[in-house]
Design a protein around this ligand. Sequence first.
Ligand code: ATP
Length: 336
Amino acid sequence: MITVDNLVKSFSSRAGSVRALNGVSLEVQAGSVCGVVGPSGAGKSTLARCIALLERPDSGAIRVDGTDLVSLDGSRLRAARRQIGVVPQGDSLLRQRTAAGNIALPLESAGVDGPVRRKRVGELLDLVGLTDKAASYPDQLSGGQRQRVAVARALAANPAVLLADEPTSALDPETTGSVLTVLDRARAELGVTVLVVTHDMAVVRRICDDVAVLEDGKVVEHGKVLDLVSDADSRTAATLLPGLDQGEGLIGTHDRVADVVLVGFAAVGALLPEASNRFGVELAVLGGGLTRLGETPVARFRVGINGERADSALEWISEAGAVVRRTPKGPQGVAA
Ligand SMILES: Nc1ncnc2c1ncn2[C@@H]1O[C@H](COP(=O)(O)OP(=O)(O)OP(=O)(O)O)[C@@H](O)[C@H]1O
């Protein structure tokens, strides 16, 4: 597990001092994937660089499996660094080395001997799906393939933590998918804890168990993605769930209007008609839709209900496991 406790990091520049991290605390469970998101300048890369021990924080603690990395120096710091594999931002491969040669680099530095090294490089090429590209040079690979080599290189020394800073920036959606699949495999097959800094919510949607939203050097939201989407006021719900902006004009024509969030329902479409039948109400979907977060189906609908038993129908939907939030009906109606 990674625990970041009250991390502070300032930089001084000619324009004055910038507090890039202003008391950041975060927990990432072992074997999970956590996304760090937020606007440009929020402090995401600084946080990643501190956790990677490339930058020393002014104060605070970073613990990996209980050991505070900030307090280490000398050989213990070097040993701790090997626990953390880093996929740096941008193109980071050595141009004059093949894919296999790039992946072998950390093993060579660690003095791993030839046969063991070759076996490990073979396993990593297999993990990232590039066995047939072992002898290709970076210029002969696509952007996504280069990123996958960078992930394999970061995993070479068997780290407990994999840190990836914007691993999919500048990639098209299809290539992004292949890089995310590789990060997900690293977690699933090697049990690595993955921290991924990204401005792309598609990364959170596809592979993250948890998300931390940074703003002005502070964590403004942190938790499990599937919990956060159930909270209508969260930024995560606002960015990941289907929009509700359709159907505004219809709100006033219903006895009750509510936003219904369903997480993990296999038969999401069946619940609403069932409520309508049970309570003899007319139920219309005014907005929203279905999506998928990782493997989990998630839906958010704005529903309008007409009928005497509209409240009972909403209660039943809520008891069935949905998160129901009633919507004020606007000038024509009464707030439910
Ligand atoms: N080495 C540095 N020297 C001076 N200021 C820095 C340095 N590194 C970061 N900063 C400043 O710290 C703040 C946070 O920067 P950081 O790169 O961590 O943000 P970010 O969220 O990763 O942004 P982006 O998404 O644009 O990469 C910014 O104001 C930035 O200008």
